[in-house]
Design a binder for this molecule. Structure first.
Ligand code: 2P0
Length: 408
């Protein structure tokens, strides 16, 4: 270990996001440029986050990566794209490029670009839960490397090259990914619409469906959809532009009914394009469909949209509602999908109080209870974007640059 050159270690966290106007389809596979803009809500990191530590040392002989404690292949093309792009931007800055330059020999990182990097990353939720870990993962990687190399400004364009949806995890609150027009992707960036503080009553309930089978990956699925689905073309050209404008307006006005209805319609259209793909792709299963029906019965009972669902490339339901609806709706879910006998905790995340639900509501809404169909519920809310972790005890890599036991 070189004593005159202490290791530089940086640890950051980044959030998961859930789209309410869906991204599906690329016009450029390598740069990850989408065929339509999209809009998402960033989920709170208290419940779902990726933590990444990156460190450089002149003693390292190769770039290395550990995912959830196990060494992984750092040669993945998308990971390499992010690493290369960050190093290119750092070199540009050091050599007096676009940000004014800082080539001072007193810069402790002046030589660091030649050094190898060690990276460790872990999620505070099981990858098996199917909760979009690639978005948080690439956002966290890019944000952490940027801090390590002293880069500032918007790096959503770099995160996008790791995974499309990752660019939206570079911001908190409500975020749009503007598709852009240019072939080099410079204008295909994420932007915050409003911060998470804008809508403090909004809550999110994730219903993790049991026994999830392996499904078609998003990357592969959207390739087939772009090639074969006329509905997807129509959606990108004629539907999404108007929906983006409407969704932004509903969020700005905190109009839950309009926000919820459009969210459900956009999820449904995304899954319709999956069915329009040839051969067709099915991400929703019978339990997902039961959740859809339950939400509609609940809303019909009240005569307004109080709960809204959205589904990504898997069967888990993500539900939006206002805080005054959570307790009652959770009770309805418990009655509809009585917790299985797996000994696990059924309710995770933000607290939920016991609710007094009327018999009238239960008999109108609960049909054919399916025990054990929902593995657990995760209660969360919109949250902030990536963050630097100051507490050195949270570093995932030790002073030797190797994984250490994680921070609680
Ligand atoms: C979204 N999804 O907007 C949509 C809705 C899934 C359904 O973004 O190939 O993992 O890495 O760019 O970002 C999932 O796709 O795909 C996704 P790549 P990604 O959130």
């Amino acid at each position: 270990m070189a004593e005159d050159k202490p290791l530089t270690v940086v640890t950051c966290t980044a959030p998961v996001n859930i789209a309410v106007v869906k991204y599906w389809g690329k016009r450029d596979e390598e740069l990850i440029l989408p065929i339509n803009s999209s809009l998402s809500v960033t989920l709170h990191q208290d419940q779902l986050k990726t933590t990444t530590t990156a460190t450089i040392s002149r003693d390292f002989t190769e770039d290395r990566l550990w995912l959830n404690g196990k060494e992984d292949d750092i040669g993945h093309p998308r990971l390499q794209s992010c690493l290369r792009e960050i190093r290119r931007l750092a070199r540009k800055r050091r050599s007096g490029g676009e940000n004014g330059g800082d080539s001072s020999s007193s810069d402790p990182l002046a030589l660091s670009l030649a050094y190898k990097v060690h990276i460790a990353s872990e999620n505070n939720f099981p990858t098996a839960a199917g909760l979009a870990s690639s978005a948080a993962g690439y956002a966290c990687l890019v944000y952490t490397l940027a801090k390590l190399y002293g880069l500032e400004g918007d790096l959503s364009e770099v995160a996008r090259q790791g995974s499309g949806s990752a660019c939206r995890s570079m911001f908190g609150g409500f975020v749009q990914w503007i598709m852009g027009e240019s072939s080099d992707g410079k204008d295909s960036v994420a932007q915050q619409v409003v911060p998470e503080t804008h809508w403090p009553e909004l809550r999110i309930l994730i219903l993790v469906v049991s026994a999830e089978k392996k499904h078609v990956s998003s990357t592969a699925g959207m390739q087939t959809s772009v090639k074969t689905s006329p509905l997807l073309k129509h959606r990108a050209k004629a539907v999404v532009p108007e929906r983006m404008a409407q969704m932004i307006q509903h969020i700005q006005c905190r109009d839950f009914e309009a926000f919820g209805e459009l969210t459900m319609k956009d999820s449904n259209q995304f899954h319709a394009t999956c069915l329009d793909t040839f051969p067709p792709i099915f991400y929703l299963n019978d339990i997902s469909k039961q959740v859809v029906a339950l939400v509609h019965r609940f809303n019909t009972h009240y005569g307004k949209t109080k709960v809204a669902y959205t589904f990504d490339a898997g069967p888990n339901a993500v539900l939006f509602m206002l805080d005054d609806t959570v307790d009652e709706f959770v009770e309805v879910v418990k009655r509809s999908f009585p917790p299985g006998n797996n000994g696990g905790q059924f309710l995770k995340g933000l607290p939920v109080d016991a609710a007094r639900t009327s018999e009238e509501l239960l008999s109108a809404v609960v049909r054919d209870p399916t025990p054990g169909a929902i593995c657990y519920l995760l209660h969360t809310k919109p949250g902030p974007g990536p963050m630097l972790v100051e507490d050195a005890s949270c570093h995932l890599l030790g002073t030797d640059g190797l994984p250490r036991s994680s921070c609680s």
